[in-house]
Design a protein around this ligand. Structure first.
Ligand SMILES: [Zn+2]
Length: 68
């Protein structure tokens, strides 16, 4: 799996980012929320929510590490 993936979209065109949940050692996706100010998602194993804000304090990173 490449760590340099850039902005991708699903088949329906919804933007998402890849995220790695280190505690559960699994991968998931963060989807752009309706306000388009953050990518949000939750760990597929334990269900803990995680979000990445977009904007001045946001990040250009396209691969995130989450502790869940
Ligand atoms: Zn988890």
């Amino acid at each position: 799996m490449s760590l340099s993936v850039s902005h991708r979209t699903t088949a329906k065109g919804k933007p998402f980012l890849g995220v790695r949940y280190v505690n559960c050692q699994t991968y998931g996706r963060l989807y752009l929320n309706d306000e388009k100010n953050a990518y949000v998602g939750s760990c597929p194993r334990c269900g803990k929510r995680y979000q990445v804000l977009i904007g001045a304090k946001g990040t250009d990173s396209r691969m995130f590490i989450a502790s869940c």
